[in-house]
Design a protein around this ligand. Sequence first.
Ligand code: ATP
Ligand code: MG
Length: 251
Amino acid sequence: MTLALENISIDFGGIKALSHVSFQIPDGRITGLIGPNGAGKTTLFNIITRFYQQNQGSIRFYEKNINSLKTHQLTSIGICRTFQNVQLFNSLSVYDNIRICCPTNRRTYFNEIFSIRSFTPPQKQLIEDAIDFLDLGKYKYEIAGELPLGIQKRVEIARSLVLKPKLLLLDEPAAGLNSKETQELTHKITEINQRFRTAILLVEHDMKMVMGVCEKIVVLNFGQVIAEGTSEEIRNDDRVIKAYLGSDDHA
Ligand SMILES: Nc1ncnc2c1ncn2[C@@H]1O[C@H](COP(=O)(O)OP(=O)(O)OP(=O)(O)O)[C@@H](O)[C@H]1O
Ligand SMILES: [Mg+2]
């Protein structure tokens, strides 16, 4: 099991954002996390990645409790995320945005004094591979903040790839993308999962995407898990239909 969440609860003032949330993310699969706006999906990402400290409950990553870890320690154990609102260094190039995330172990006295990050040939190759994999070659030296959202989202994913994640958390990667971009991104996500056996937790409102790629789907509503199962089971679950697919729009 890649990640096990047990009894996670958090509240903000009077708002119970998550109540007793428990589920598991199996190895090497894509798990979907869906639910209406405000259901608590991003809050759960923030807890897993230690931006928020839960009031109750535990998180185990490959059986090891990670409750006491800090956000900056997560990439080194293999947990990476993207953000609902893309968070790039807008004034840097695509290449530098990716390079900056690549861990470097080439530490010399000179480099340390002048804060220079230098990369070994394999590390440079890793950066190039991530750029190629996300088809970012022609944007490599473009300023990230000036690129269309669809490209920026691919840069965010490329940044995660250089960290060789065991678990990748994607928060609404298709939001704001057109259908062609969504299709391409869906293909990339599946490829990441298959090629690197990376477990993925996918938060997405695009039901076609979720139903198409997720082997398991967890549904949150008002901070509680109301259903868990295959896309077929979720599609036919009365509580899900009522809570989430009830409106004509979503149906
Ligand atoms: N830092 C915070 N302070 C106060 N309330 C918060 C905070 N973070 C989240 N919340 C509240 O927790 C609830 C869950 O929010 P969250 O952003 O996790 O929902 P979501 O499922 O990601 O929704 P969406 O699909 O719109 O992104 C909401 O009521 C939100 O207002
Ligand atoms: Mg959210």
